[in-house]
Ligand binder design. Structure first.
Ligand code: CP
Ligand code: NVA
Length: 327
């Protein structure tokens, strides 16, 4: 069946079939090759795109902007609009839908992207909510395809850390869809919502995926990729003390990479990352709790296993694919 994503929103990967996800990954690969070869197709010529950010961002905003510029589209960056304060989401969506061909939203509630999609009449792309981060997963899987010498449905992906955040949820969903062996490794308190896990285990039965959870860091054995994310997501800053206590045994270190038994294991992280003291937050945490690195050691972050900057670059190519496919 040919895949046609014109007019579709990307709110969560739950709404996408494995064929559609593969289509986006193939398209991203092709667009990346074209960019490297200097081929400019301007597939979004004349399109207008609005980027709404209620949370901070480096990669996602820049990926959307550069991808849009490469393809000939224009963008508006919106971070202090009337939306939700003096004007309802519904009314804002109706206005933006008249100006723009596509809307990106990053913020807190998943409901916000859903309402924007419902009322704007144009494709809406989720640039991260508390619940999901779907465009990140496309970049992660493109990076795995590039650096692991087997198809995605033969790979074992271990996500270590806060398994109930937007990244934990979205990687589990993506892995279930793509037939991967996914292991979430976290203290029980940070396992994802049981209902979502059951749903993904059902999907896994159809795709051949395996979805597992463990409290034991040794469960990384046999991993092709180890993935981690910050211990405290945007908006959860009150939880540092508790998370440091719960997650210190889950820091990704060289010893953990060795536990995989795979000398070619790759390390992935959506970024930004606390792997040294070169950030204000990192230094504040050091002064308060005496730790110099959080979710990953500086040694792993800078090692040959680490593909985090290829992954960051792939945010742009995959987001470009999402816009080209849906507009
Ligand atoms: N990975 C990611 O979404 O990065 P930003 O927060 O910088 O956009
Ligand atoms: N879980 C992180 C991801 C950042 C890209 C957060 O929501 O802050």
């Amino acid at each position: 069946m040919p895949v046609n994503l014109k007019g579709r929103s990307l709110l969560t990967l739950l709404d996408f079939t494995p064929e559609e996800i593969n289509y986006l990954l193939d398209l991203a690969r092709d667009l990346k090759n074209k960019k490297r070869a200097g081929i400019k197709e301007k597939q979004l010529d004349g399109k207008n795109i609005v980027l709404i950010f209620d949370k901070t961002s480096t990669r996602t905003r820049c990926a959307f902007e550069v991808a849009a510029f490469d393809e000939g589209a224009h963008v508006t960056f919106l971070s202090n609009s009337q939306m939700g304060k003096k004007e309802s989401l519904e009314d804002t969506a109706k206005v933006l839908g008249r100006f723009y061909d596509g809307i990106e939203y990053r913020g807190f509630k998943q409901e916000t992207v859903e309402l924007l999609a419902k009322h704007s009449g144009v494709p809406v792309w989720n640039g991260l909510t508390d619940m999901y981060h779907p465009t990140q997963i496309l970049a992660d899987f493109l990076t795995m395809r590039e650096h692991i010498n087997k198809p995605l449905n033969k790979t074992k992906l271990c996500y270590v850390g806060d398994a109930r955040n937007n990244m934990g949820n979205s990687l589990m969903i993506g892995a279930a869809k793509m037939g991967m062996h996914f292991v979430g490794i976290a203290p029980k308190q940070l396992f994802p919502n049981q209902e979502l896990v059951e749903k993904m285990k059902k999907t896994a039965k159809e795709t051949g995926a395996v979805i597992e959870f463990s409290e034991d860091p040794k469960a990384v054995a046999g991993a092709d990729a180890i993935y981690t994310d910050v211990w405290v997501s945007m908006g959860e800053e009150a939880h540092f003390e508790e998370r440091i206590r719960l997650l210190t045994p889950y820091r990704v270190t060289m010893d953990m990479l060795k536990m995989t038994g795979n000398p070619d294991v790759i390390f992935l992280h959506c970024l930004p990352s606390f792997h040294d003291l070169e950030t204000t937050v990192g230094r504040e945490i050091y002064e308060k709790y005496g730790i110099t690195e959080m979710e990953v050691s500086d040694e792993v972050f800078r090692s040959k296993h680490s593909k985090v900057f290829d992954e960051a670059e792939n945010r742009m190519h995959t987001i470009k694919a999402v816009m080209v496919a849906t507009l």
